[in-house]
Design a protein around this ligand. Structure first.
Ligand code: TXA
Ligand code: MG
Length: 331
């Protein structure tokens, strides 16, 4: 059931549902989440079951403001404080040492916990209302079945989980790809997942060089956001540069009548056959991210078999989009 997230009565009902150990679909500025009371291991177990997600894959816990961190984190390194000051509320998740007595199920059994303070007004209103009822954090992975494309509208969430789920509608998500994740448990910041907030922005805000996963000795925990094949549409996705894409299209020829192919490209291409769906990718990285998952879902809904995507630029602001496309292509 989709409720208007701007209606305080809907927000109150959703907060009550969280308090009662039920699941709620909630908008954030990145993607929609499937939320549960982070302190309740039984509520969190429902999230893993609904998503079909292995229960050792940690979830992100959402807090109303930075003061919520102390309920879950044992300590906050100085550089993590700087990142919170610079980017919260916003699309940044920090992995911090966990208080052993809370959130074990949400953390997938890790000694650490992922925390994020979202900027979306509906998410913020829900987190405040839930806190009034004693729910200090909402564990919310992206509201999609395990391995599938994250949802960026309330209708996408209903498509994943059906009418039985209470979903707050907050409109289409602004950012469109999941939050940037920084591991703050290793003495220096480590980038676990790129997003709208770029590595340059992170480094400028905390004054430290950002390490990559490959730079640190012990491997990060199993985490679906970092699996090589993830975020996949049903159709087979291939990345090609503009010339390879044009060559592939030319080979099809005008009488092409095979599989349904969609092309998603920044370049202007000659499309030989009306059987090929052609959609332009925005030139701006933020705009491309905002629509990426909705476009992939739309191609799936149109019964497309193959999605040919022009490889985006290698520039830093495209890192999040490139990361999601590479994972989708690896499936
Ligand atoms: O934008 C987002 O981050 C969205 C919205 C709903 O907030 N959430 C999201 O959650 O993408 P999810 O569950 O799909 O991705 C969570 C990822 C995990 O796959 C893992 O990579 C990382 O967060 N993570 C969470 N807790 C962690 C921990 N304790 N240690 C290492 N990684 C963790
Ligand atoms: Mg996800």
């Amino acid at each position: 059931m989709i409720l208007d997230g701007r209606d305080p009565a809907s927000v109150a009902a959703a907060a009550q549902a969280l308090r009662a150990g039920e699941l709620v679909g909630l908008p954030t500025e990145t993607v929609y989440g499937l939320g549960a009371d982070a302190a309740s291991d039984t509520a969190v177990a429902k999230v893993f079951a609904a998503k079909g997600r292995p229960s050792d894959h940690p979830l992100i816990v959402h807090v109303a403001d930075a003061s919520g961190v102390e309920h879950f984190a044992r300590e906050v390194p100085a550089f993590a404080q700087k990142l919170m000051l610079a980017f919260w509320p916003g699309p940044l998740t920090l992995i911090l040492p966990r208080r052993p007595e809370v959130g074990a199920a949400a953390a997938g059994g890790q000694g650490s916990i992922g925390l994020r303070c979202p900027a979306h007004p509906v998410a913020h209103a829900l987190l405040l209302a839930a806190r009034e009822l004693g729910v200090h954090g909402v564990a919310a992975p992206s509201a999609n079945q395990f391995g599938r494309v994250s949802p960026t509208t309330a209708a996408h969430v209903r498509g994943e989980f059906g009418e039985g789920l209470l979903i707050l509608d907050g409109g289409p998500c602004d950012v469109g790809i999941e939050s940037t994740i920084i591991d703050c448990t290793r003495g220096a910041p480590v980038l676990l997942r790129p997003g709208r907030i770029t590595r340059e922005q992170v480094q400028a805000a905390c004054g430290l060089r950002l390490l990559d996963k490959e730079d640190v000795a012990s491997p990060a925990p199993r985490a679906s956001g970092t699996l090589e094949a993830h975020y996949a549409p049903n159709a087979k996705l291939r990345l090609m540069d503009d010339r390879a894409l044009q060559t592939a299209l030319d080979v099809l020829g005008k009488d092409f009548d095979g599989a349904t192919i969609a092309v998603y490209a920044r370049s202007l291409l000659r499309v030989p056959s009306a059987k090929v769906l052609y959609r332009r990718m925005p030139d701006d990285a933020g705009a491309a991210a905002q629509q990426l998952f909705a476009v992939l879902r739309d191609f799936d809904a149109q019964g497309v078999n193959l999605i040919w995507v022009e490889t985006p630029p290698g520039a830093p602001d495209w890192e999040g989009v490139n990361d999601r496309l590479q994972r989708a292509a690896a499936s």
